[in-house]
Structures are given as structure tokens and as C-alpha cells.
Design a protein around this ligand. Structure first.
Ligand code: HEC
Length: 233
């Protein structure tokens, strides 16, 4: 008799845990549905950041049926319906109910020695007249309460990619950055670069919003004009 009772209990426990809503996953869907699926837009594009979002979306907190109803009744939302599973909808409702769910929060900070560093998402590497500065460094910090997993190290692509070289990195595929940890990379400008301002993109893939970070790499090559040397604009 014990066995007959125990089996349904085990099944019940298993189905409860697999149905448990994942607010962190819901947050990622809310902000990045279009990146994760072939949906044309994400919730954030019409509703804005949550909390404080528009159109009374907060009423769907912990209430997947309210989202289902909106998908079926609001014309602007109809085209999202096919891209959302029952689990996705449950997870988004869980996020709306727990907007402060522990999440990764990634910040890119330039740390020199290249010129004009400081702007987030942008790394300028100046080739000084005396060839003193040929590279620049940047850290990727996780300031959020949940860890992030890197899916790649820095990859340089784009029209001017051949003019840049990854000089150092400890941001590597598979590395997990818990709260407060960072990894770092350095990019060098090819000293023979003759383009006025070579431009490329450095990307690091990860498992959080937008699937990665992107940094614009901008080379500033010294120009000699009228006996003076200045960095290209
Ligand atoms: C293309 C724009 C657009 C997108 C994308 C969108 N919505 Fe909406 N949504 C609206 C508009 C507009 C309304 C309000 C309609 C009204 O009040 O008449 C609305 C209303 C809602 C409501 C109803 C709120 C209430 O009054 O009960 C919910 C819930 C909702 N949206 C959830 C979502 C979720 C979740 C997503 C992402 C999966 C999403 N929406 C994506 C435009 C959008």
C-alpha cells in the first residue's frame, strides 16, 4: 500500500518543480524576446522598463492568464502570440511579480592606457606621435546579484578588424562571473594602420540580456600636418 501512495507523491513533486516559474528567465524574455525568438519586438519596446511600465502591465504580476488575455485581445500584441510558450508566459508573469529578482548587471569600464577612454561601450586606441600608446584595456564587471556565464572570449569583427589585435584577455568562454567579479581584455592597434580611423566591433557572448556585450573599437592614428602631429578625429 505504501508504494501506491508514494508514487503519485513523487510525480506531484516532480511536476511542481518543473512548473516552478522562473522570474529571471521571465525578465530575460521581457527585455529580449526578439533576440531569443523570432518575435518582431519585445515587451519592453511597447511597455517600457519594468517596474514603471505602461499600459497597466503590472496587473499581470503572477497572473499568466492576464498576459494570455492581452495577447488574444490587444491587436498590437497578437503577433507575439505564436512566439510565446505556456512556460514563457508563466515566467514573464513571475517576473512581473518579482521585478527585483536577482539578476546579472554587466558594466564595461575602460581603464586605459589608450587615449580618450572612459565611454562605456566604446574603446579608443590612440597611436601617439612617439608611439607611446598602442593599446587600451577594458573590464567587464558583473555588478548584479546573479552570476553570468560567458559564452565566448572577445571576438573582433567588422570593416577595420584587421587593424586591431587582442593583446590580452581573461574573459574566456565558459567563465562564470559572480557578483562583483570582472574579467579584462586589452586591444592593440596595428602600428602600421594607415586608415584615418579604423573602426571594428569587439563582442563577448554571454547568457544574459541580448546574448552579449559589444564595444566599438576606434583607432586614432597620428597624422603629421604642417610639422605638427595630431591624432585623427
Ligand atoms: C507592439 C506593442 C506591444 C508589445 C510588444 C507588447 N504589448 Fe502588451 N500591450 C500593448 C498595448 C498598447 C496595451 C494596452 C492596450 C489598452 O490599454 O487598450 C497592452 C496591454 C498589455 C496587458 C494588459 C494590461 C491590463 O490592462 O490588464 C498585458 C498584461 C500586457 N500588455 C503584457 C505584455 C507582455 C507580457 C508583452 C511581451 C510578451 C507585451 N505585452 C508586449 C502593446 C504591446
Amino acid at each position: 500500500m505504501r508504494r501506491q501512495v508514494a508514487l503519485p507523491l513523487v510525480l506531484l513533486a516532480a511536476s511542481m518543480s518543473s512548473a516552478a516559474q522562473d522570474a529571471l528567465r521571465g525578465k530575460r524574455l521581457y527585455y529580449d524576446l526578439a533576440g531569443l525568438t523570432s518575435a518582431p519586438v519585445s515587451c519592453v519596446e511597447c511597455h517600457g522598463g519594468f517596474p514603471g511600465a505602461a499600459h497597466g502591465i503590472g496587473r499581470a504580476a503572477n497572473d499568466p492568464n492576464a498576459i494570455r488575455y492581452a495577447l488574444g485581445s490587444i491587436p498590437q500584441m497578437a503577433r507575439l502570440d505564436a512566439h510565446l510558450s505556456a512556460r514563457d508566459i508563466a515566467d514573464i508573469a513571475a517576473y512581473l511579480g518579482a521585478p527585483d529578482v536577482a539578476s546579472p548587471q554587466l558594466v564595461l569600464v575602460s581603464d586605459g592606457p589608450g587615449t580618450n577612454h572612459g565611454a562605456q561601450g566604446r574603446m579608443e586606441i590612440g597611436l601617439s606621435p612617439d608611439a607611446g600608446v598602442l593599446y587600451s584595456g577594458m573590464t567587464l564587471q558583473n555588478r548584479g546579484a546573479a552570476p553570468v556565464r560567458l559564452r565566448s572570449g572577445p571576438v573582433i569583427s567588422g570593416s577595420g578588424a584587421a587593424h586591431f589585435r587582442l593583446r590580452f584577455t581573461d574573459c574566456t568562454a565558459g567563465r562564470v562571473l559572480p557578483r562583483g567579479e570582472s574579467c579584462r581584455f586589452e586591444v592593440a592597434l596595428d602600428p602600421d594602420a594607415r586608415m584615418p580611423a579604423p573602426v571594428a566591433t569587439l563582442s563577448i557572448a554571454h547568457d544574459w540580456l541580448y546574448g552579449g556585450e559589444r564595444v566599438a573599437l576606434i583607432g586614432r592614428v597620428a597624422e603629421r600636418a604642417g610639422g605638427k602631429t595630431r591624432l585623427s578625429k
